[in-house]
Design a protein around this ligand. Structure first.
Ligand code: ADE
Length: 225
């Protein structure tokens, strides 16, 4: 998220859970019976946990891959921040799970890493949401998004909102109406939908933005800290 105007889509727990149900149905219909889910940290954690429940799996592993950009490196290199426990996937059929595939890099790096380092059985992939920009083709997809948007997941609500608030605040104080207007105009966050999806959360978002050193009160509103 670098620019100051882009489309955001705010999602709800119910909506996300439905996508998990769709993915689980696809896995079951395909006949694939993974032994273990490897959830990519952090976005894959909620879907990974729910898919364990829906598919009847006990084993849930985490893999955190970071993207290195720039410095002496050219392009982007994967860096395995927190690997999976080796015996958790060795000889096992694996389902790698993430929330969204955007560039597709995390998913393909994860598969390569597991296949190269851990001698698994079969490795397949599942995501809740798929963007056309992705170079990876996951085996199971909850939904295809026809245009790029930043998806605000319920487990990431405060983190994303504090980030967005930081982008709209500046040297001129904005009251709550002003913050909401900027969020609508710059990030297509519709105020009505916002109150349906996350009712009465804006005060909390602003308090958190203040606590995290992003916003400060002044002039009858909020300013960039
Ligand atoms: N992570 C990577 N791409 C994303 C997107 N478009 N929305 C939310 N999380 C993401």
């Amino acid at each position: 998220m670098q620019e100051d105007h882009f489309k955001c889509k705010l999602t709800t727990w119910d909506y996300i859970y439905d996508l998990c149900l769709d993915v689980a149905d696809q896995v079951k219909d395909s006949g694939y019976g993974p032994d273990v889910i490897v959830a990519l940290a952090r976005g894959g954690w909620f879907p990974g946990r729910v898919l364990c429940d829906l598919l009847g799996l006990d084993d849930l592993e985490s893999l955190k891959i970071e993207h290195y950009v720039g410095t002496a490196r050219t392009g982007e290199d994967p860096h395995i921040r927190y690997p999976v426990a080796p015996d958790a996937v060795e000889g096992k059929d694996v389902l790698v799970v993430d929330d969204i595939t955007d560039t597709g890099k995390s998913l393909s790096w994860a598969v390569d890493h597991i296949e190269e380092e851990h001698s698994p059985g079969r490795v397949d992939t599942a995501v809740l949401q798929f963007l056309e920009s992705s170079t990876a083709s996951p085996g199971y997809v909850g939904e295809v998004l026809d245009e790029w948007a930043w998806i605000i997941y319920p487990w990431n609500f405060i983190e994303d909102m504090v980030d967005l608030v930081g982008r709209v605040l500046g040297d001129e104080p904005l009251d709550m109406g002003g913050v909401r207007r900027e969020l609508r105009e710059r990030f297509e966050l519709d105020g009505l939908w916002f109150e349906v999806a996350q009712p009465n959360r804006m005060e909390e978002v602003m308090e958190e933005a203040e606590r995290r050193g992003v916003a400060t009160r002044g002039g009858g509103g909020w300013l960039r800290a």
